[in-house]
Design a protein around this ligand. Structure first.
Ligand code: FES
Ligand code: FES
Length: 214
């Protein structure tokens, strides 16, 4: 775990972000919204229950990158050292929406819109992991996202229809094997030999969703 005197480096939109002298309790959500002005990631409950703050975090796993949806409101920034962060602002290429965004539009999966960036990022997690997206996979990946407007059906329909969209220019299914992304992460890989990180999951379960346990 970094202390206020240590440096945290992570990748965001193909750039390496270097953060110095950060308080260990600064959350990824606070840093994205307040320091980087990335307000597309929303704060709802601020305690890991609603999914409004969902982003995707990538971590080297051998010669691939493992991408996971995480709740940015309970993810401390120092735990991102050596990792990649993907936010809702990372997806569109100019005016062209990513399939997970376009499908939400086409299926009317957004009403007030507050939950939408979180759902979009959970759908990206599903999209990157599954060639054939089943209803069960969608239900599982969206289980941490709450919506009080839509009744969920159009959002699930958006997920089920993802296979019909052409591959996007970025954040397509081959990204976990993208050599440039892998090389970038290797270049900021934290050195071994430090004290072993130990951060307890808020639910004390070590679940993949919170992804805090080290
Ligand atoms: S703001 Fe609700 S889970 Fe993060
Ligand atoms: S669209 Fe309003 S909370 Fe989901």
């Amino acid at each position: 775990m970094a202390t206020p005197n240590h440096t945290v480096r992570f990748v965001l939109d193909e750039e390496i972000v270097t953060v110095r002298n950060i308080e260990p309790t600064t959350t990824l959500l606070q840093y994205l919204r307040q320091s980087l002005g990335r307000t597309g990631t929303k704060e709802g409950c601020a305690e890991g229950d609603c999914g409004a703050c969902t982003v995707v975090v990538g971590e080297l796993d051998g010669d691939r990158i493992d991408y996971q949806a995480v709740n940015a409101c309970i993810r401390f920034l120092p735990t991102l050292d050596g990792k990649e962060v993907v936010t809702v602002e990372s997806l569109a290429e100019g005016e062209a929406l990513h399939p997970v965004q376009q499908a939400m539009v086409d299926k009317h999966g957004s009403q007030c819109g507050f939950c939408t960036p979180g759902f979009v990022m959970s759908l990206l997690d599903v999209y990157l992991k599954h060639e054939q997206i089943t209803a069960a996979a969608i239900t599982e990946h969206l289980s941490g996202n709450l919506c009080r407007c839509t009744g969920y059906r159009p959002i699930i329909d958006a997920g089920r229809g993802l296979a019909a969209y052409p591959d996007p220019p970025r954040w397509h299914r081959a990204e976990p094997h993208n050599p440039a992304r892998i090389q970038r992460l290797r270049s900021i890989r934290p050195r071994r030999g430090g004290a072993k990180r130990r951060v307890l999951c808020p639910d004390l379960t070590g679940c993949a969703r919170h992804n805090l346990c080290g």
